[in-house]
Write a protein that binds this ligand. Structure first.
Ligand code: ATP
Length: 432
């Protein structure tokens, strides 16, 4: 697969505070990639650097192998869906989606759209502190308004240049060539008629993709939160960006709707063939939707991998803690295949740690089994048991600690049980 986006050694400082340090990331075409990490770790800043809303302090952003740092946001092959939908409440579903195309091409009611555009930008500008970012956004707004006022303005400029050069030419063949060029440009003029048919077709295509076929004439304020978010996604997709940047787009929805939308978003991504770069701090959301998860903490990438990789082979204790549940135990490497904790040596899979090195041992709750009395590695008392739907969560108190285990077996509170785990269930990590 070809790399679509590459971030190379990206660093970002805001007023002397380093918020991204040495970010290297490759995103392939047609991938669903999720930036996952706790609040403040730098996910949004990374997304905004790709979208062109924030300039990195150092490093490169490549798109199809070309550096795009000098390309303004509106000229980048990206589009963004924000947490707040920023829909136009007085427009119906069709017009909200069509807006994505019209702002870039043929304006119908230009003045009204300029006002909406200004509101939209104002909202973004209000959240910014950095003067150069505000300046950039204002410049973008101006550019977008220019296109709104006259979608052919750039073409007209080109034609007038050619007409000027025509006057300087005496050779008839050369004159003919320039006249042809002028005609060719005129043929590409955006007209209402051709544009309207294209808009109709595209709005239908993307409303169908987000499951809102037949909702064209509904005012958006009468839609549910989930439906509104789908309108926002259709509006962002309709320009057919190469990459859709989604900044916690499901955060405002209630749990059930959010879970439904997680599956739908993945489906929309597959059907559209557009690369999605998604930001969330919700590990379950990331595991459900992503082809690739990028785990971030304190401005750094800790691990990049498939959901299975990240869950089964966390790179460090932070990742193990952040994704899924874990029993985390301090221990010492005794030998290549032996780790010691709570005064017992356990066989483990070799990870190349030095003898006597202090390590963290991660054991997932579902990797600990209850076994017949006398057959376990450890004996303990059932401290608590809770039914979780597919499994029980049991806290077992052994001589040295409490192990949390997930099992379909039931055990009475207060009873004594034996538990066991295998060498491959002990994930040995560098001491955190
Ligand atoms: P959240 O999930 O809370 O949005 P995040 O991982 O997306 O967090 P960022 O929004 O990228 O994190 O913020 C990373 C750090 O950069 C935070 O400490 C934040 O306060 C700081 N930061 C972000 N934008 C600016 C800005 N424009 N000016 C100054 N500091 C900023």
């Amino acid at each position: 697969m070809a790399a679509l986006i590459e971030l190379k050694d990206i660093t970002k400082e805001f007023n002397g505070q380093v918020v991204l340090r040495g970010i290297d990331l490759t995103i392939e075409q047609n991938e669903f990639v999720t930036l996952l990490g706790p609040s403040g770790c730098g996910k949004t800043t990374t997304l905004r650097i790709i979208g062109g809303f924030v300039e990195p302090s150092a490093g490169e952003v490549l798109f199809d192998g070309k550096n795009i740092l000098d390309t303004p946001a509106h000229k980048r092959p990206t589009n963004t869906v924000f947490q707040r939908y920023a829909l136009f409440p007085h427009l119906d579903v069709f017009e909200n989606v069509a807006f994505g195309l019209r702002v870039k091409s043929d304006p119908l009611s230009t003045l009204m759209q300029i006002r909406q555009l200004q509101d939209d930008y104002q909202e973004k500008i209000r959240k910014l502190k950095d003067k150069s970012e505000i300046h950039n956004l204002k410049k973008m707004l101006k550019e977008e308004i220019k296109i709104l006022r006259d979608p052919n303005s750039d073409r007209k400029k080109e034609i007038s240049k050619l007409q000027k050069s025509l006057k300087t030419l005496s050779n008839l063949d050369e004159q003919e060539k320039i006249k042809n060029q002028i005609q060719e440009i005129k043929n590409t003029f955006v007209t209402k008629k051709t544009k309207e048919k294209e808009i109709q077709d595209k709005v239908s295509k993307y409303l169908k993709m987000v499951g809102l076929e037949g909702y064209e004439t509904r005012p958006v304020h009468k839609l549910s939160g989930g439906q509104q978010q789908r309108v926002a996604i259709a509006r962002a997709l309709i320009n057919e960006p190469k990459v859709l940047l989604l900044d916690e787009p499901l955060a405002a929805l209630d749990l059930k709707l959010r879970q439904e939308m997680q599956y739908e978003l993945k489906e929309i991504q597959r059907n559209s063939g557009i690369t999605f770069l998604f930001v969330t701090h919700d590990q379950e959301e990331a595991l459900t939707m992503s082809d690739k998860i990028v785990v971030m903490n304190q401005g750094e990438i800790y691990q990049i991998g498939t959901p299975e990789d990240i869950y089964n082979e966390p790179a460090n204790t932070f990742v193990a803690k952040f994704i899924g549940e874990s029993n985390i135990i301090s221990g010492t490497m005794k030998d290549d295949y032996l780790v010691s904790f709570d005064d017992v040596d356990y066989p483990c899979v070799d990870k190349g740690f030095a003898r006597n090195e202090a390590v963290d041992i991660v054991i997932r709750p579902e990797d600990i089994d209850i076994v017949e009395k006398g057959n376990g590695l450890l004996t303990g008392l059932v401290d608590s048991i809770a039914f979780k739907g597919v499994h029980y969560e049991i806290d077992v108190k052994t001589k040295d600690r409490i192990y949390t285990i997930h099992t379909t077996d039931y055990a009475d509170e207060g009873s004594e049980i034996d538990i066991t785990f295998g060498p491959e269930d002990l994930h040995i990590m560098e001491k955190w």
